[in-house]
Design a protein around this ligand. Sequence first.
Ligand code: URP
Ligand code: ZN
Ligand code: ZN
Length: 459
Amino acid sequence: MSLLVKGGRVVTAADDYVADVYIADTTVTTIGASLDIPADKVVDATGCYVLPGGVDPHTHLAFDLAGTSTADDYESGTIAAAFGGTTTVVNFAQQQRGEHLRAAIDRGLASAAGKAVIDYGQHIVLTQLDEDSLSQLDELVAEGVTSIKMFLAYPGELMVDDATLFQVMERAGELGAMCCVHAENGPVIDVLVRRALKAGRTNPSWHGRTRPELAEAEATHRAIAVAEMANAPVYFVHLSCTEALAEVTAARDRGRPVFAETCPHYLFLDASVYDDESFDTAKYVLTPPLRDARHHAALWRGLRTDDLQVVSTDHCPFCLNGQKTLGEGDFSRIPNGGPGVEHRLQLLYAGVVAGRLPLQRMVEVFATAPARLFGLYPRKGTLAVGSDADLVIFDPNATTTISAATHHMAVDYSLYEGWQLDGAVRTVVSAGVPVVENGLFVGKPGSGRFLRREAGSPQ
Ligand code: URP
Ligand code: ZN
Ligand code: ZN
């Protein structure tokens, strides 16, 4: 199939110009002014931005946590992603205790098969270092699973100790793989949580009150030091606060290969939600918790100055009714996570409209930088001859209203209910084929491809 996208304003991290984009099969083959090439389908993008499809490197689709599984599987989750202009997700495949790393990846591949509507990669989540774990890592990296996540939180469940962190980072550094770290000091948080529960403080507000910024900053500092001793790069997931950002900035200023993402909820929402002591606040039980509004300006600044490289969603949706309610009477049993995969572009564009982020930098944090950091660039993350034909036609003159009643995520609430935002995603193309057209899903479950990612992330 061939497709010609005519007259749009092509915006990449490097360029901004009006052009036509010609796609043959799955690939962009020509970009130029007023192209006169016959195509099976022509899409008029006049007045719209034509952006590279988004790369969301932090999603939890079909992910088991706290005795339940995320509300979105690969089908509903990738459909929702596509509606938000994201054409690639890198999802987490989590090692169960005692499980071979390969088995976790195979489970992830099985849950994507026949379901994903856009392309996807997988990170391995390592929860335990066994005798042959490091050689298992070698195999996975050779097969395109080139990133490994470890938790410094959730002791007894997911947390790894510093010895594991060091050894895995060392091997990852040798292999050119990226270690992703959930940086919170789990043991300290556990004491604070147990103390709160013992004092009868059981409602979800206490989730926010028992995970201090310094717990994140300390773990960030420690992981940076361990990565330096291991001579490896490190990538911090869901960075939420000024104190942790200062650690990343200081390391980068020293020339260390330290990278970090933040998420829309840390840029737009704040800890005042925890003032509501009702169970409704379980919607905001995600980790790290929402922080005071004082952090917003620092995070936006970090994005502008490249101290933060990526905005991911940490999409980890659990329904308020039936899933979050597992923690009624004990906030520590509420499955942690919030929905977001559908609205990353819309929210980032709100930052552009507010003058907090230049448009091209928005494209960079939305698509280009995550593609680079996770071994997908230039196949993904840009619009160039030879790149995969993944693109978004975004109409800056339309508006979008966010609501759980109309979103495509299989979750019964939105973190941004009723928000009216400038701009709307009109058409989304994945590997040369429209998946969303004028607000309708036109893709096919199972058409998404597993991405074997390159090793050797930027230093
Ligand atoms: O609350 C969150 N973020 N849940 C998902 C697991 C994680 O920590 O990324
Ligand atoms: Zn995490
Ligand atoms: Zn996460």
